[in-house]
Design a protein around this ligand. Structure first.
Ligand code: 13P
Length: 248
């Protein structure tokens, strides 16, 4: 099964208006057709970035409300994101789980809302350092994925993306080794394959956590790593382009 690699940049709460134009200009003409690329800026910059991005580069948001339009002050609906031209939305990022108390159930609701609006959810899973040291990595990441399966069936991962982001590797300069990451990716795909083998075979599984231009290639060379979810390095055009090139 060949899966087109995807490299998605997550700007987190960084950047100013000018960054959208700067990165979009740098990406124009610099990307291979063998890799899909997406950028997820903060909400206020979605429109500017969407207008500036070269054709073929996807726009994504970093979060979404679990409700449809209505009285939810401060929230943004999946339909609004679709209306602004988003193709992707990240759900369940570890920073949302850790700082805003998002539970597996809430994340599953967001995932399903995104799908209902025609968006491609990028579901983040990953263990903390404490969980890894306690030997709980497999149980934690499988549970995070299975909450969605239990809510909507394994078919919900048709046209969805899963991102394995070990929490201890995010923004720390530490990465999982290619072999460590591959082992978790193979476990996730294998678990999904038990109920939906075709969906599992097609699903793109991204690795995230301190991916840089100089460590991306061996990660992306693993059989079950289909690209990356890039934080800090997606704010620097040259670095991000080099990571995209490493994927295809
Ligand atoms: P860094 O690449 O900055 O470690 O962030 C990874 C991440 O959390 C992407 O969602």
């Amino acid at each position: 099964m060949t899966r087109t690699p995807l490299v998605a940049g997550n700007w987190k709460m960084n950047g100013r208006r000018g960054l959208a134009g700067e990165i979009a200009a740098a990406l124009t003409g610099s990307l291979s057709e063998n890799v899909e690329v997406a950028l997820c800026p903060p909400y206020p910059y979605l429109v500017a970035l969407g207008d500036a991005l070269p054709a073929g580069v996807g726009l994504g948001a970093q979060d979404v409300c679990d409700h449809q339009d209505g009285a939810f002050t401060g929230e943004v609906s999946a339909e609004m994101l679709a209306d602004l031209g988003c193709r992707y939305v990240i759900v369940g990022h570890s920073e949302r789980r850790e700082y805003y108390g998002e539970s597996d159930d809430l994340v599953a609701s967001k995932f399903l809302r995104a799908r209902e609006a025609g968006l491609v959810p990028i579901l983040c899973v990953g263990e903390t350092l404490r969980q890894r040291e306690a030997g709980d990595t497999e149980q934690v990441v499988v549970q995070q994925m299975m909450t969605v399966v239990e809510a909507a069936g394994a078919g919900a991962f048709e046209n969805a993306v899963l991102a394995y982001e070990p929490v201890w590797a995010i923004g720390t300069g530490l990465t999982a080794s290619p072999e460590e990451a591959q082992a978790v990716h193979a476990l996730l795909r294998g678990t999904l394959a038990k109920s939906a083998p075709e969906v599992a075979a097609k699903m793109r599984l991204l690795y995230g956590g301190s991916v840089k231009a100089d460590n991306a290639a061996p990660l992306f060379a693993q059989p079950d790593i289909d690209g990356g979810l890039i934080g800090g390095a997606s704010l620097k055009a040259d670095e991000f382009i080099a990571i995209c090139r490493a994927a295809g």
